[in-house]
Design a protein around this ligand. Structure first.
Ligand code: ADP
Ligand code: TRP
Length: 320
């Protein structure tokens, strides 16, 4: 089984990214042949500063390696080191119906946030399809907001195969429904673009402040509370064991528990969970040659697959 996912280097990674995409993808690396990449071509749809893009790529590389990416098992690479995906994007573009892209929520959401409506932003899902189809991935672990893009990929693979003959494997999205949407400190979906994130590797003090700022309802300390409706509980449960989660839920329902207590507990659990990752990240920061080497080897592996796929696709359409 082949597994592929990617993430944009467009800002500091946060716990929504971690639980929605990184952790599931890192767990899947044990179950098959995994490909994970840093989507720098995609990030160019929103990042127009060269230094910021370079810094973003470096941060994502460190974050993934610190959080347990095993470069022996997973081909970890920069998207732009596999330029075959851009050629494949064109081969897919010419069969992509405008309507399919016009229906994509992500494009509309980004316009609503004030991002410039460029051709690149609009055709973004076709580049994403090329990423996935280039390595003939079976499974694509993503958060719920990316499901539609994987469906677009499936449509394009099926359409291409019908038009030109069997060329691409049709991939399946893999979504953890239990953590499909991690709330941000304001209760909306946690997202780099909403300024409501809890970053994975921010200084401890800053992280604590973020937890303390998470919005809650105005029930008093004595009142019984509803864990299922509480943003703080939604964050706490991500880090808690089943037993801890049940115990905390019972304390909510019983009353006499203040939100401040839960916020502090959630923060402590996050720090505990991330302590080994923080240590690893500090070590990696001093060893940039190693990080570069991992990305170089990963790209060679992915490029091998992409070249093979592109060759078949070029033949199928009549370019060779
Ligand atoms: P952001 O919204 O912060 O810009 P991206 O859109 O770059 O995040 O998403 C990267 C990956 O992380 C995707 O697979 C996405 O589904 C997942 N993800 C992002 N935010 C969340 C969240 N709040 N809850 C769950 N998964 C998320
Ligand atoms: N669009 C994804 C996001 O914003 C990133 C991405 C690009 C991706 N190409 C991909 C994810 C291929 C999975 C597979 O999160």
């Amino acid at each position: 089984m082949r597994i592929l996912s990617g993430i944009q280097p467009s800002g500091k990674l946060h716990i929504g990214n971690y639980f929605g995409m990184m952790k599931p993808a890192l767990e899947l690396q044990e179950q098959g042949e995994a490909f994970l990449f840093i989507a720098d071509y995609h990030a160019m749809t929103t990042v127009s500063n060269a230094d910021q893009l370079r810094q973003g790529v470096r941060d994502v590389a460190l974050d993934f390696l610190a959080c347990g990416l095993n470069p022996e098992k997973t081909a970890f690479y920069r998207q732009s080191d596999v330029p075959e995906v851009t050629e494949l994007t064109w081969l897919l573009s010419v069969i992509t119906p405008m309507g399919l892209l016009e229906r994509c929520h992500s494009y509309k959401d980004k316009l609503a946030k004030g991002i410039a409506p460029t051709h690149g932003l609009f055709s973004y899902p076709v580049l994403m399809a090329a990423d996935i189809l280039a390595v003939q991935s079976d499974i694509v672990p993503v958060g719920r907001d990316q499901k539609q893009h994987v469906e677009v990929t499936r449509d394009l693979a099926i359409k291409f195969n019908l038009a030109y003959g069997e060329t691409f494997k049709v991939p399946e999205p893999s979504i953890r429904e239990s953590v499909a949407v991690v709330p941000g400190v304001d209760g909306q979906k946690m997202s780099k673009s909403y300024n409501n994130t809890i970053e994975l590797f921010a200084p401890e003090k800053e992280t604590k402040k973020k937890f303390m700022r998470v919005v809650t309802d105005s029930r008093t300390l004595e009142e019984p509370k509803v864990p299922e409706e509480c943003n703080v509980f939604a964050l706490y449960r991500l880090f808690a064991t089943d037993a801890q989660r049940e115990e905390m839920a019972a304390r909510y329902r019983a009353g006499g528990l203040g939100y401040g207590t839960v916020k502090a507990a959630a923060f402590e659990l996050m720090m505990e969970t991330f302590a080994p990752f923080r240590k690893k990240r500090e070590e990696l920061e001093k060893n940039t040659d190693y990080v570069e080497e991992v990305l170089r080897k990963g790209a060679a592996r992915a490029r091998d697959e992409a070249r093979r796929t592109l060759k078949t696709a070029r033949r199928a359409v009549g370019l060779e």
